[in-house]
Each structure stands twice: as C-alpha cells, then as structure tokens.
Design a protein around this ligand. Structure first.
Ligand code: AMP
Ligand code: GLY
Length: 421
C-alpha cells in the first residue's frame, strides 16, 4: 500500500516505522529527520486541508493517516475524504470529541459512558458554585484545545478560580468543572471504523516532568505496555461500556467517528472512568503499543478508514518501554540547536530512536523542540524492556537534556495516578 502520514512528531515517526516494517511505501508531510530515513518527505503544511488533499491525490495514496489533533479539529481529514482517498482520522465534526470538552461530556452523558460528574460553566459565578458542589480536589478544564495546558487539578480553591478566570479571559466561552477521579491513569486506543472498533493493548503514560510524578504536566515523558497489573479484561470492558456506546451516539448524531478514539481512563475504586477523549493516537503512549503489534498496521487502519474493520489486531508477547529525552526548559520552553550525539550507538544497542523534535543543521542532528527523541526498546517483560531502553538512552546526549529515571519502574501502576498539585 502507498501510505501518507501527516505530522512531525514521535507518534508519526513510530507510525511510519511500523508501516515500513509491514512492507508499505511511506510518504510523510512534513515529517522529521528520523522519518526521512523510512519515508519520502513532502514540504506540505499539515494544517492545510487543501494542500494535504492535493498531495494525497497526486501520490494516488491508498491511505492517509493524520497524526495530530490540530489538523483533525481543523477538518483536514474531511478535505482528504472529499478527493476520494481513504483517511484514518475523524472528520471535523467527530474530532469535537477532543476539540471541545463540553461536547465530549455531553456525548458521554447521552451515551451513558462512566465519567466524572461535571458542570459546564460560562461565568466565574457558575464555576464557583460547581467547585463548591464537587469539593476539593478541584478540577477545572478549558473547553477548548489548549495543548495540554488547559487542565488544573488543585486543592487550592483560589487557584482553581484563577484558572477559570484565565480560560474565560483567553477567549473560551466555557469551562468545565469536574469531580476528581482517584486512581491510576491508563491510555486505551480504539481503532474505529465509524460503527465498530478494536482496542489496542493498554498503555501508561508518565505525564509529569520529574521523577515520582512531580513538576508540571508535559505531553508525556515515557510510556510502557502492556500493563501486567491491570485487569485482563480491561480493553473488553472499555470497548463495551465506553467505546461502542460513544460510536453509536456519534453515528446517531450524523458524525460517525473514524480513526483512533483515545480513551484516557482513571481506574477508580468504582471501576474505569473516562478522564478525557482524544481523537488521535497518544504520544508517547502509542509507541510501545506499536512496537508489540504483530498485525499489519496499514491493513488495520485502511480497514477502519473504509468502514470495513475485520479481525482483531494481534500483539506479541513481551513488553515495550519508551523513554523521552527532552530539551532544557521543557515544558515551559525548549532549547533549540543543541547538537545531539549517540543516536547510532543507541540504535546499535537494539533500541528504536524515535524523533520528536529534531532538525538537521549543516548535516548535524540538533534539538528543535521540547520533546527531542524517544528511545524505545522491547524485552521479555516490562523490567527487561525498561533496562534495554535506559541502556540505550544512556548513550545519547545533548546540552541540557532532561529525562525521567523512573519510567515503567513501578509495574503496580499507581505511579502517577491523578496527582494533585
Ligand atoms: P486532560 O487534558 O483532560 O487529560 O487532563 C490532563 C490531566 O489532568 C489528566 O491526565 C489527569 O492527570 C488530570 N485530570 C483530568 N481530569 C481529571 C479528573 N476528573 N480527576 C482527576 N484528575 C484529572
Ligand atoms: N501522551 C498524552 C497525549 O498524547 O495526549
């Protein structure tokens, strides 16, 4: 198959790697220096539906995979579908499940999906009443996409109210105030064809910048899969209680969901509860999952894109761990242009080095973003994969490099939970 992957990050590199391993021809737009080794890159703006659709048609691609949420929420998948190319990624209307927190809560309520109780508020006064209704710890979410900065979880009522004011001042018409969910967080990815879905193996993402779950939230500092401590029927339970009812409700509303429904869950004492929906694969959470996927990824995503999901995907035994290497200043800022060394050595040690924020400057690999690289390794179990990932990561360095030393160290899964600031 001729495939086209849209995006520039680690998720897109990991998708391109797996598609190549499965024997597919891979094109990417715009891609990154790591993807250049497995794909033909095209300098196209991922946010422009017209440009992406034109490229897909010119290539006569069999499948387009749109990686990040921003182009999906902007309707890039609709533009590709309009020129008749199968695309894995929801329409603009279906991507509202991630694009608007209030919309996703409304759909969950209509579909009877277990999630945190919530109130959508348009004024600080309404929000204050909702904060007092639910009590501490307080959870306040910007209604709109906020690149991971939209959520505040705190015991401090004034801080919660300050976040309400900030969101409303920044132009959001609404904020969502929620009940606090207590329990380890799990990422479950459902590959959906509009009517049906298959779940991939669950993963866990380490969201905070520092060891022990301290410091601010990031896009994710590492991940692992599978979760040996989780109930073995977790994926099946979430498909039944969350994914299928959501697909049915979206289809009923005339916005069938085709693509990855990323279910962010808290495993609470009362059972799994949805923390959030995203409309794409998680990064880096999808990386270890893809490393273990035995089935052909291109065939799976093409089946979903054409409304023809077949048999469930199959996973290899063993485990995979991804350790993110971030640049100085992340997540508040990022340092660019620092020379990266040791990538070949890490690969020679048996790891995949996945590019997330790199560039080539005069032939040298340099940092170009907050999350720079992700080092991924597989092993016989989580501890083995973890040892291999860290041994390879030890070989890579750049000025100001930050990484956590405790990714996948706690197989009990209570590592991060829903930590309160
Ligand atoms: P979100 O952008 O909705 O994923 O939220 C970011 C992070 O905030 C999540 O990964 C959780 O750690 C935390 N969080 C969000 N909603 C809740 C909630 N209702 N209860 C506890 N923690 C939450
Ligand atoms: N790793 C979290 C996300 O992709 O949203």
């Amino acid at each position: 198959m001729k495939t086209l992957v849209i995006g520039t990050g680690g998720r897109e590199h990991a998708l391109a790697l797996k598609l190549t391993q499965d024997g597919h021809e891979v094109h990417a737009a715009p891609g990154n220096p790591g993807m250049a080794r497995v794909a033909t890159l095209h300098p196209v703006d991922p946010m422009s539906g017209a440009e992406v659709a034109e490229l897909a048609a010119a290539l006569a691609a069999d499948l387009v995979v749109v990686g990040p949420e921003a182009p999906l929420v902007a309707g890039v998948a609709d533009a590709v579908r309009a020129v008749g190319v199968p695309v894995f990624g929801p329409s603009r209307a279906a991507a509202r499940l991630e694009g608007s927190k209030a919309f996703s809560k409304e759909v969950m309520a209509a579909a009877g999906v277990p999630t945190a109780g919530s109130r959508t508020c348009a004024t600080p006064r309404e929000a204050a009443a909702a904060l007092d209704e639910f009590g501490a710890p307080y959870v306040v979410k910007d209604d709109a996409l906020a690149a991971g900065k939209g959520v505040v979880v705190t015991r401090d009522r004034d801080e919660a109210l300050a976040h309400v004011e900030l969101c409303l001042a920044q132009g959001s018409a609404r904020v969502v105030v929620e009940e606090f969910l207590d329990g380890p967080e799990v990422s479950l990815f459902a590959v959906c064809d509009g009517a049906r879905a298959h779940a991939l193996q669950p993963a866990q993402d380490f969201k905070r910048i520092f060891d022990g779950g301290h410091g601010p939230n990031t896009g994710g500092m590492g991940s692992y899969s599978p979760l040996p401590w989780a109930q073995s029927d977790l994926a099946a339970v979430v498909l039944d209680t969350v994914v299928q009812p959501t697909l049915d409700e979206m289809a009923r509303r005339g916005a069938p969901f085709v693509g990855c429904l990323y279910v962010g869950l808290a495993l609470t004492a009362r059972g799994p509860r949805v923390i959030e929906f995203n409309c794409r694969f998680g990064d880096p959470d999808i990386q270890p999952v893809l490393a273990l996927l035995d089935s052909d990824l291109g065939e799976l995503l093409h089946a979903a894109a054409t409304g023809a999901l077949g048999s469930a995907p199959v996973f290899r035994a063993g485990a995979a761990v991804t350790v993110v290497l971030a640049s100085a200043g992340y997540p508040e800022s990022s340092s660019k242009g620092d020379v990266v060394t040791g990538v070949e050595a890490a690969e020679a040690a048996g790891a995949d080095v996945i590019h997330a924020g790199t560039a080539l400057l005069d032939g040298e690999l340099v940092t170009a973003g907050g999350r720079v690289l992700a080092v991924r390794a597989t092993g016989s179990d989580v501890a083995d994969a973890r040892a291999r990932a860290y041994a390879a990561a030890d070989l890579i360095s750049f000025e100001g490099m930050q990484r956590r030393s405790d990714i996948a160290a706690e197989p009990l899964g209570v590592v991060e939970g829903a930590s309160v600031r």
